[in-house]
Design a protein around this ligand. Structure first.
Ligand SMILES: [Fe+2]
Ligand SMILES: [Fe+2]
Length: 454
């Protein structure tokens, strides 16, 4: 026990001291190597060493750490700041690995969670592994950002002619699924985050969230939600095989250019087929995402039997594209976008799926900017199942058009809100409101509730 105590205190003070001396200074170097000696000593009786939380108790391997705050307060703070729930040291750890690790853990940079683990890999640190915060405590915005990173990685792998890794995709889709199951309204709000310059990444994550939400709304089980989510996240990875000039072109595409674009479902599904342990339906729904219900899309196929999950991707893909500013298109207001989708029901989109999607998003979808009878302007933040025309709205401009900080939340379904009702949707651009940022600020820090509802 004494040995453990001494080791913990030494690791703790190393995280503090490393910031006080220039890197490589003899004082800190000798402290680090002394501490590593203590770790080596413990390897005689342990194969690996774990410091971190188990069921909310701070432990060293299986032993609870008494007075942890007092002994290793700095270390706990660094771990919290970096989204690290546990640290595992393994036999074979070197002086360099240890000191680089302490440096990264206590560093100012905002590299945290998965990104920090990746950084360890890059630095060649092989004998230290981090356990990131369990999804139960993660803020939803972190899951969103992790998903952006995973799509970016997958697309970069594709560009370099490699096959993306299944584990990363699976783990991030699992996280998004939990987030959708525990906090659907806030997650749908986050799909209002659009990034003009990195369209493909945000588009992929938004399509994934909407597909998961729709699959859940249509009562698919968890397994099918995950298949839909993976397909959605990866649906456009084949676009890495189409040149940037074509993807970003503002004018009309020549027929050769169109032919290139039309290859992306096949390119994507071929890569997914080569990803280890990937469910075979994922490749299929990626192949089918542009065929459309009436087969007026691409690629042409004799297969009349489209997978139901493909129909989910097709409609949410169209919705996200319509509501996003593109070189060739002003974003449609969510309510307009739903009208367009409805008009194409039975043509591009499977009727039941279309109905379910419109029903899920409601008359005024989450993220819609609306003018109220009181001349106030607000953002729809949650739907009332009983009365879709009376959602919960956060008022951001008062009746004089002045901005309200913080926004005033009103539930239009409440008796005492009789005075307030929605008059019309408002163009967010005219009000200088960016709904994505609003949701990030207002709801991004909501935690994901770990227990799954299905
Ligand atoms: Fe596509
Ligand atoms: Fe797409």
């Amino acid at each position: 026990m004494e040995k453990i105590d001494s080791l913990l205190r030494n690791i703790n003070s190393a995280t503090r001291n490393i910031r006080l001396y220039p890197s490589g200074h003899p004082a800190i170097a000798s402290q680090l190597s002394k501490t590593l000696q203590e770790i080596m000593e413990l390897f005689k009786t342990n194969n690996r060493i774990f410091i971190g939380k188990t069921k909310d108790v701070l432990v060293f391997n299986e032993t609870p750490i008494m007075d942890a705050e007092e002994k290793i307060g700095d270390l706990i703070l660094h771990m919290d700041n970096k989204g690290v729930e546990g640290i595992i040291f393994e036999k074979g750890i070197t002086n360099n690995e240890f000191s680089d690790f302490i440096d990264l853990l206590s560093g100012e940079e905002s590299i945290k969670g998965r990104a920090l683990q990746k950084k360890l890999h890059e630095k060649g640190i092989k004998h230290i592994t981090l356990k990131s915060m369990s999804s139960g405590k993660k803020a939803i915005i972190n899951v969103y950002n992790d998903a952006i990173d995973v799509v970016k990685d997958a697309m970069n792998e594709m560009r370099m002619g490699r096959i993306p890794k299944t584990e990363e995709v699976t783990s991030v889709v699992n996280g998004l699924t939990d987030a959708v199951l525990s906090n659907r309204d806030a997650m749908i709000g986050l799909t209002m985050i659009k990034d003009y310059d990195n369209y493909l990444y945000n588009h992929s994550v938004n399509v994934c969230i909407l597909a998961l939400a729709l699959a859940q709304h249509m009562k698919y089980d968890k397994k099918n939600m995950l298949i839909a989510g993976m397909g959605a996240l990866l649906h456009d990875i084949g676009k890495t095989g189409v040149s940037e000039n074509i993807i970003k072109k503002s004018g009309v595409l020549s027929s050769e250019e169109w032919d290139k674009v039309k290859e992306h479902p096949l390119l994507g599904s071929q890569a997914i087929e080569r990803m280890a342990t990937m469910d075979k339906f994922v490749a299929r729904i990626v192949l089918e995402h542009h065929i459309r219900y009436d087969h007026s899309g691409y690629p042409q196929t004799d297969n009349t039997n489209l997978h139901p999950l493909s129909m989910i991707i097709t409609i949410v893909d169209a919705y996200d594209a319509l509501t996003t500013l593109r070189v060739y298109q002003k974003p449609y207001h969510p309510t307009e976008a739903l009208q367009i989708l409805n008009g194409l029901s039975g043509k591009h989109f499977e009727p039941n799926t279309t109905r379910a999607f419109i029903n899920m998003l409601g008359v005024f979808p989450i993220g819609t900017l609306v003018r109220l009878s009181t001349n106030e302007v607000g953002i729809v933040t949650a739907i009332n199942k009983e009365d879709e025309e009376k959602p919960i709205v956060k008022v951001v401009f008062n009746n004089e058009g002045e901005k309200i900080e913080p926004p005033l939340e009103v539930d239009l379904s409440k008796e005492d809100e009789n005075e307030r009702f929605i008059i019309s949707p408002v163009d967010p651009l005219s009000k200088g409101i960016y709904a994505g940022l609003f949701f990030e600020e207002e709801f991004g820090s909501l935690p994901i509730n770990g227990d799954r509802k299905s």
